[in-house]
Write a protein that binds this ligand. Structure first.
Ligand SMILES: Cc1cc2nc3c(=O)[nH]c(=O)nc-3n(C[C@H](O)[C@H](O)[C@H](O)COP(=O)(O)O)c2cc1C
Length: 189
């Protein structure tokens, strides 16, 4: 069994071209989502929300992404190659989650705290994925994060913070771990 320190350090952003075609069972996805649910949360607002795109829903997501990229492209900036790359990322994944944040209706805490809480939930999932050998990464394309979308069925006060791609990772994939030393970011007062 790997230690928590080993899992933290070996977690990498693993991209869909490095995913196997094998499906992740729903039961495993439920366990990953359950890990998200134990993130820290100020005032217990539990702001993390996820839309699961699996099987047919994944096909619908790929279709929608194709259309949305065209719709939201800046004038003269639409790039069909980029669009196809984005569609391929969905089809190569076994499951894609829309990462969402539900704002506390009474706004009892600043929005950043709720976004931070969602990020903690994502890290929980990402670490569990690492433990399972599931490649995953958080993608935050602006056409998804900057627009409210009917397709995602966002509730009032809910915001999408990106997509979480998942797939069993190729056995031989080795992503570079790049970090400058922690000493450069810490001041012991
Ligand atoms: C909030 C957030 C948004 C991210 N958005 C993107 C993205 O849009 N595209 C991308 O390639 N990676 C994205 N990433 C993943 C980072 O690129 C990745 O974590 C970084 O390269 C460090 O690599 P590592 O996670 O393997 O240590 C995002 C990560 C976070 C935390």
């Amino acid at each position: 069994m790997k230690s928590i320190t080993e899992i933290i350090k070996s977690r990498r952003a693993i991209y869909p071209p490095n995913y196997q075609a094998k499906q992740i069972p729903k039961e495993v996805i439920r366990k990953i989502l359950e890990a998200a649910n134990w993130a820290p949360t100020h005032k217990r607002t539990e702001p993390w929300r996820f839309k699961v795109f699996y099987d047919d829903a994944k096909v619908q997501l790929a279709n929608w992404i194709g259309k949305a990229m065209e719709q939201y492209a800046k004038p003269g900036k639409f790039d069909p190659a980029k669009q196809q790359k984005m569609i391929n990322k969905v089809t190569k994944s076994s499951c894609v989650l829309a990462i969402c944040m539900q704002r506390d209706p009474a706004e009892r805490l600043p929005e950043w705290e709720e976004i931070a809480s969602v990020a903690c939930a994502v890290q929980n999932m990402w670490l569990l994925c690492t433990d399972y050998g599931i490649g995953a990464y958080w993608s935050s394309p602006s056409f998804i994060t900057n627009h409210p979308h009917e397709f995602l069925k966002l509730a009032d006060g809910e915001r999408c913070l990106g997509l979480f791609y998942m797939g069993w990772q190729d056995k031989d994939v080795k992503m570079k771990a790049l970090r400058s030393p922690i000493g450069q970011k810490v001041i012991w007062m």
